[in-house]
Design a protein around this ligand. Structure first.
Ligand code: SAM
Length: 246
């Protein structure tokens, strides 16, 4: 049988594609992609011509998963990519991995860019332990239930969010956790990458003045007072905005 390669792709900056990722995409018989149009752009940038580009996304994964597994059992090597970053992180992919393992297929991660970890390491909040919570559910009562389970969590909390919902989500966080420190990491690795660091209330107020654009990772301090105290420093005393031009 072939193997299943999980290939990381950039989260905005094409220079974050790895050499090994490019080579793997070149060598695999099939590339399964969340959005084939998006992936075609990446492939053409790196001059990769796949023999077969297969669509694998949330809405067809039940049918296309077993089909992809069949190809691998027949001896094909399959590379799975998502629209950005690591496949299987807030992306379809985890199901295919589980299915592959059930069939005794080797699963090989090809690491690379990831939005949550990039935000965390530059956040200034404790990194020794953290919880990745991905996207919050849509319904208020489900949001509350998730946040209630995270409230006592020690270490930093990581959320993904779209620009339309980031303000609302901060309000939910404020309601569930109180006015903790938070870092909004926006447009990571892109031209308008920026970090907004402050309390949840400060960030809510800032967003009211500056309509959110782009993609966000929200990093919230955990409950652990002791660890959080270590990260205390002057720039936490007031809201701080740091912009980088990549
Ligand atoms: N698989 C991806 C990864 O490994 O990071 C995550 C995919 S998830 C569908 C998309 C979410 O990731 C966005 O809504 C945003 O919260 C976050 N994200 C992706 N790219 C980002 C970027 N360049 N800057 C900030 N957040 C980003």
């Amino acid at each position: 049988a072939g193997s299943l390669y999980l290939v990381a792709t950039p989260i905005g900056n094409l220079e974050d594609m790895t050499f090994r990722g490019v080579r793997t995409l070149q060598e695999c018989d099939i590339i399964a992609a969340e959005d084939t149009r998006q992936t075609r752009k990446l492939l053409s940038h790196f001059e990769i011509t796949p023999s077969l580009l297969f669509s694998y996304h949330e809405h067809n994964k039940a049918a296309s998963g077993p089909e992809l597994i069949r190809y691998i059992i027949e001896g094909k090597n399959l590379a799975l990519v998502s629209d950005a970053g690591l496949p299987a992180i807030s992306d379809p992919g985890a199901d295919l991995v589980a299915l592959a393992i059930e069939h005794g297929i080797a699963v090989i991660p090809i690491p690379g860019a990831n939005a949550a970890l990039s935000a965390l390491i530059a956040s200034g909040l404790p990194t020794a332990s953290f919880t990745f919570a991905g996207f919050l559910p849509r319904e208020r009562k489900d949001i509350r239930a998730v946040l209630a389970t995270l409230r006592a969590s020690q270490g930093s909390l990581l959320f993904y969010e779209s620009p339309h919902r980031v303000g609302k989500t901060l309000q939910h966080l404020q309601e569930a956790f109180g006015n903790r420190r938070v870092v909004l990491a926006r447009e990571l690795t892109k031209r308008y990458e920026e970090f907004l660091r402050g309390t949840i209330e400060e960030c809510i107020a800032w967003l009211e003045e500056h309509p959110p654009l782009g993609e966000y990772v929200i990093v919230v301090e955990g409950e652990s007072k002791e660890e959080a105290a270590k990260a205390e420093s002057a720039w936490w005393q007031k809201l701080s905005l740091e912009e980088h031009v990549a």
